[in-house]
Design a protein around this ligand. Structure first.
Ligand SMILES: Nc1ncnc2c1ncn2[C@@H]1O[C@H](COP(=O)(O)OP(=O)(O)OP(=O)(O)O)[C@@H](O)[C@H]1O
Ligand SMILES: [Mg+2]
Length: 299
């Protein structure tokens, strides 16, 4: 059974179609990276999944039941925009307040558990206003985890985090889903970071899902290439352009050959033409380049 199954979902704001005919499938245990340009409808979709705004048509099923069903509603934890915390109160007091509002039984034990899950057990006494951005985001996730939800919906939780904050967040995500019972839908523009942790992807454009795939499918569909540096880049580029059909210079100044070939073949070919290769490697394009390519295709 899937954690989320959306069919033909729509939402208009006045004459603006924010989401139109969107399909989405989030399997249990997935970290589902939800990607799309600004204004493509990610937050609107997430808000509908969480029941924060009404849908304008179509169906949302959570664990096989309609999303309005009380039992499944209780299984959804949400962090959209900043966590609703009192700045002057400690992390602990904020958490206890939220736990009490939600009538969580055995609140203290539950708060200890969720703070541990987000690596905040050592900072529970900090005032919320003195927490770093990364810590604040993790408090938000801890709040979303209260009540033991099995689906977490997180809107751009990686924004503004430093390298260490990103690493901790990745660990937190992986921990949350590790027993296969919970799933996370996480929207982000930080594709490189998302790729380090997501197991599934959904790419949305103009309110429509244009691609869904697993991390493995991304891996196999990402083109491999040979990248080189030579002493004479211009000549090397034009020579390679004569022999191969897809030759491009990347941002780091390497020439990339995407055709089926080998580093040996390229080195030999350039050597025969009097060009010495100074550096060579094979690699695959990542999520970011895959996404840019997909957008260029104008889907
Ligand atoms: N409450 C609202 N009233 C009117 N228009 C809205 C409202 N919320 C969203 N929209 C519009 O719906 C479209 C989708 O917005 P949404 O916030 O879902 O995009 P997004 O993919 O989350 O973008 P971003 O990456 O910038 O967060 C946008 O054109 C936006 O302006
Ligand atoms: Mg958004």
């Amino acid at each position: 059974m899937n954690a989320v199954e959306i069919r033909n979902l729509s939402k208009n704001f006045g004459s603006k179609q924010a989401v139109c005919g969107l399909n989405m499938t989030v399997p249990m245990g997935a970290i589902y990276g939800f990607i799309g340009e600004n204004g493509s409808g990610k937050s609107t979709t997430e808000k509908m999944i969480c029941g924060l705004i009404p849908t304008g048509g179509g169906s949302i099923k959570l664990y096989g039941k309609d999303y309005t069903d009380g039992d499944v509603r209780a299984k959804v934890g949400v962090l959209i925009e900043a966590p609703g915390c009192f700045k002057g109160l400690s992390v602990w007091d904020n958490m206890m307040l939220q736990a009490t509002n939600l009538n969580i039984p055995d609140a203290e034990k539950e708060v200890v558990k969720v703070l541990k899950m987000v690596r905040m057990e050592g900072a529970a006494g900090n005032k919320f206003k003195n927490c770093s951005l990364g810590m604040k985001q993790r408090v938000g996730i801890a709040m979303a985890l209260l009540g033991n939800p099995t689906l977490l919906v997180l809107d751009e939780p990686l924004n503004g985090l430093d390298a260490d904050g990103m690493r901790i967040m990745r660990e937190v995500f992986t921990d949350i889903v590790k027993d296969g019972k919970r799933s996370i839908v996480v929207s982000s523009h930080l594709l490189g970071e998302l790729q380090k942790v997501a197991t599934h992807y959904g790419i949305i454009r103009h309110g429509k899902m244009i691609k869904e795939m697993t991390a493995d499918e991304l891996d196999t569909s990402c083109r491999t290439y040979v990248a080189i540096q030579t002493a004479d880049m211009n000549r090397a580029k034009s020579l390679l352009g004569c022999k191969y059909s897809r030759v491009e210079e990347d941002e780091a100044g390497y020439i990339r050959v995407y055709d089926m070939t080998t580093p040996e073949e390229i080195v030999a070919y350039l050597y025969e033409n009097g060009i010495c290769v100074t550096e060579i490697m094979t690699d695959k394009i990542g999520l970011e380049e895959y996404y840019i390519d997909l957008m260029k295709e104008g889907n």
